[in-house]
Design a protein around this ligand. Structure first.
Ligand SMILES: Nc1ncnc2c1ncn2[C@@H]1O[C@H](COP(=O)(O)OP(=O)(O)OP(=O)(O)O)[C@@H](O)[C@H]1O
Ligand SMILES: O=c1ccn([C@@H]2O[C@H](COP(=O)(O)O)[C@@H](O)[C@H]2O)c(=O)[nH]1
Ligand SMILES: [Mg+2]
Length: 195
């Protein structure tokens, strides 16, 4: 089988990464892997690092790269072994430059990272969406979402900028309605698939 393609999907908390990945997966059969969901599953299932992860998420900080990359690596291998779609949408990762270097060390050439898709949205809109979200997430509180936004600015924006410098960043405005954001995402994917 050919090497799986990967698209990293980034954006501030509440920008709509999960919403758009779900739609893309159902329309195009891509495999959606949310790093945050994998970490939450470790907490829920009392995994080895569950308590550590829970404490970090409560502070809106970033979990050590070795933990997140090994969860992603296992999930990619599991799905690849099932013979399903070779295109992965990796939602909410890489969060830091260190996340990316650890990914390169551990996963590296096993996959082909095509580009990073960035959902760009006003901070006030993002906060409003997170606080209205009804998914029972313990980090969807006013004080934690502000910490998550601060982590996004200090730790994630630099790796997004690195992808821009590499010519591997595609930006989709995410302040509009879900359908419009989806249409704009499809346009970006069409352009990429022409290359
Ligand atoms: N374009 C949109 N317009 C209005 N509401 C939206 C839009 N996109 C997503 N939402 C809603 O905003 C909330 C956050 O969306 P979503 O969970 O997709 O964001 P996210 O980027 O994955 O956030 P997080 O990083 O916190 O996981 C959800 O309740 C979702 O239904
Ligand atoms: O690569 C990652 C992804 C997530 N985290 C932590 O999880 C929460 C929630 O992430 P969502 O993408 O909003 O689901 C995030 O605030 C981080 O604490 C991480 O450390 N590394
Ligand atoms: Mg999400």
């Amino acid at each position: 089988m050919s090497v799986p393609n990967v698209v990293f999907v980034l954006g501030a908390p509440g920008a709509g990464k999960g919403t758009q990945c779900t739609r893309l997966s159902s329309k195009y059969g891509y495999t959606h892997l949310s790093a945050g969901d994998l970490l939450r599953a470790e907490v829920r299932d009392n995994g080895t690092d569950g308590a550590l992860i829970a404490g970090i998420m409560k502070e809106g900080k970033i979990v050590p790269s070795s933990i997140t990359v090994s969860l992603l690596s296992r999930a990619i291998e599991k799905v690849s072994g099932e013979g399903t779609s070779p295109t992965f949408l990796i939602d909410g990762f890489p969060r830091t430059r260190e996340n990316w270097s650890t990914w390169q060390e551990i996963i590296g050439e096993k996959v082909n990272v095509r580009f990073m898709l960035l959902y760009e949205c006003e901070e006030t809109v993002c906060i409003d969406r997170v606080l209205k979200r009804q998914e029972g997430r313990s980090d969807d509180t006013d004080s934690i979402v502000r910490k998550r936004i601060a982590s996004h600015k200090s730790s994630t924006v630099p790796i997004i900028e690195d992808f821009r410098q590499m010519g591997k960043l595609r930006v989709v405005p995410a302040g509009a309605a879900v359908d419009k954001v989806f249409e704009d995402t499809e346009k970006v994917l069409e352009e990429i698939n022409k290359v």
